[in-house]
Design a protein around this ligand. Structure first.
Ligand SMILES: [Zn+2]
Length: 80
């Protein structure tokens, strides 16, 4: 089973893949409508908002935490 390189989500079925393309290493949530992978900034923003909502923390804290979470993932390890 593959794990999304950009968000860490397990990709368990074909529906999790962008455009149902099993050759991709990232999930549909990390892809644009055309199937290309989202940028670090886009994912950072998404994870920040989700984290702030789920954990009820302030935006700056969520942003910092989201950065740490994302930097552990293969897609973003070497960038930035
Ligand atoms: Zn993903």
């Amino acid at each position: 089973m593959k794990m999304c390189i950009a968000c860490g989500m397990p990709m368990t079925c074909i529906a999790d893949y962008p455009l149902h393309d099993l050759s991709k290493n990232y999930c549909k949530y990390c892809a644009h409508e055309d199937g290309s992978m989202k940028s670090f900034d886009e994912k950072w923003q998404e994870v920040t908002l989700r984290y702030a909502k789920n954990h009820n923390v302030d935006y700056p804290i969520a942003k910092q935490t989201a950065y740490v979470i994302l930097k552990k993932l293969p897609a973003w390890k070497r960038q930035w």
